[in-house]
Design a protein around this ligand. Structure first.
Ligand SMILES: C=C(O[C@H]1C=CC=C(C(=O)O)[C@@H]1O)C(=O)O
Length: 396
């Protein structure tokens, strides 16, 4: 393994972004406020399920796990994919720390990008699940009458057809500047999963785990005074507080056998994203000896912020009533090391790009007291995170 440091010149970053597009396996992960930024390319070994990653001698593994590993998707769709990269690059301020396997000549690899001239792209069509409201109403009726099922996070997908393939190079400037969120790209063959998620599944460092409950949503408003009122209303909304408290309690219960000294507040705070406000409770704990990163990740995934409660009944409901499998939407994406450190985010505010086709995803936590129309509005607002970026890039 070779390790060296170089300057993060704009030209070098441009070449790395072109490699994100060009290489068969590539990955980019930046955490909120740029605490960590990683590029990874090339595959020494890959896994299609994190359950199979037990031989842990690779220094770094990157990738993502589907929301529901038990719901199969067609081979042409994108799903769980983890890989030990041949080249990994940590980007800290204006420096790039490169690690690459000996067989790779960095200079010629970096320069091996072809510059394609960009052709003007256009949206040809947008298609939605036209019966979503009807199905959401059915779900609300079930939740009103079912003694067991309390919450289901019901998802929608939207398809956008473009005149030209979309690339990461086109999106890069818009993507990287959204520093309040995670910025994630996972490429496998001809598909990219792209996410601007605010939601952390977990981060592990020096024997400490940080996670968070994020559920309960309101749309943002440009007016600062109004926004304070929206935040107060969200904090006082009994539906949103219940939706949120289910998530906090579930996370704390799942962590309990694996940690000591679990700290969290019983009153949520507000987290702002570019389009939305969320109820947010950070949770921090000390990991018991011999508990590893993947054990913690698997205990937390999927949280009731993405599935519902009780978890297994909610998943069973989603398998039957959501139109399409989610794949990596709501999945766990990020990196971890063989030193038991790493970070995974939850793949929401996301899309899959497959050449000229874009698949967008959004879901809303539904309870017996939900109104289908306002949950539909909430999913519209959630689509906007990706959609506004697509529109900006296309209308440039
Ligand atoms: C399922 C999504 O958001 C989850 C995370 C935060 C708030 C949520 C909510 O208020 O419903 C969802 O549980 C999504 O963005 O598609």
């Amino acid at each position: 393994m070779k390790s060296f440091t170089i300057d993060a010149q704009p030209d070098t970053i441009n070449q790395l972004v072109q490699h994100l597009d060009q290489d068969e396996n590539s990955f980019f992960f930046a955490s909120p406020n740029n605490q960590i930024k990683i590029f990874a390319f090339g595959c020494q070994k890959s896994w299609s399920n994190w359950q199979d990653i037990d031989n842990f001698h690779y220094p770094l593994i990157v990738g993502g796990q589907d929301f529901d590993t038990d719901r199969s998707i067609t081979p042409s769709q994108m799903s769980s994919y983890w890989f030990a990269p041949q080249i990994s690059i940590t980007w800290e301020n204006d420096q790039l720390k490169v690690k690459s396997i000996d067989a790779i000549n960095w200079g010629s690899w970096l320069a091996s990008v072809h510059t394609n001239t960009e052709i003007k792209n256009q949206i040809l069509s947008v298609s939605d699940e036209s019966d979503w409201l009807e199905r959401a109403n059915q779900l609300i009726d079930i939740l009103k009458n079912d003694q067991e099922l309390k919450k289901v996070v019901f998802g929608r997908q939207r398809l956008i057809a473009l005149s030209e393939p979309m690339t990461i190079r086109q999106l890069w400037t818009r993507l990287i500047e959204q520093e309040q969120s995670y910025r994630i790209v996972l490429k496998q063959k001809q598909h990219y999963f792209v996410s601007l998620t605010p939601e952390r599944l977990l981060s592990v460092e020096d024997g400490q785990v940080q996670t968070a409950a994020l559920a309960g949503t309101a749309a943002r408003n440009d007016d600062y005074q109004d926004e304070q009122k929206i935040a107060d209303r969200l904090l006082k909304s009994s539906k949103d507080r219940q939706e949120h408290d289910y998530v906090t309690q579930h996370i704390v219960n799942r962590l309990a056998p694996l940690v000591v000294q679990c700290h969290y507040s019983t009153t949520p705070r507000i987290l702002f994203t570019s389009q939305l406000l969320h109820l947010y409770t950070p949770i921090q704990a000390t990991i018991l000896p011999r508990v590893n990163f993947l054990t913690l990740a698997q205990a937390l995934h999927p949280t009731p912020a993405l599935a519902g409660l009780p978890q297994q009944s909610a998943l069973a409901y989603l398998r039957v009533h959501e139109r399409e499998p989610r794949g990596l939407f709501g999945g766990a994406l990020g990196y971890f090391t063989n030193k038991n450190q790493g970070e995974l985010a939850v793949g929401i505010r996301s899309m899959v790009i497959s050449g000229r086709q874009i698949q967008l995803f959004a879901g809303a936590g539904i309870l017996a007291q939900s109104q289908a129309q306002s949950e539909w509005q909430e999913t519209q607002a959630k689509f906007l995170t990706m959609e506004s970026m697509i529109h900006e890039v296309i209308s440039k």
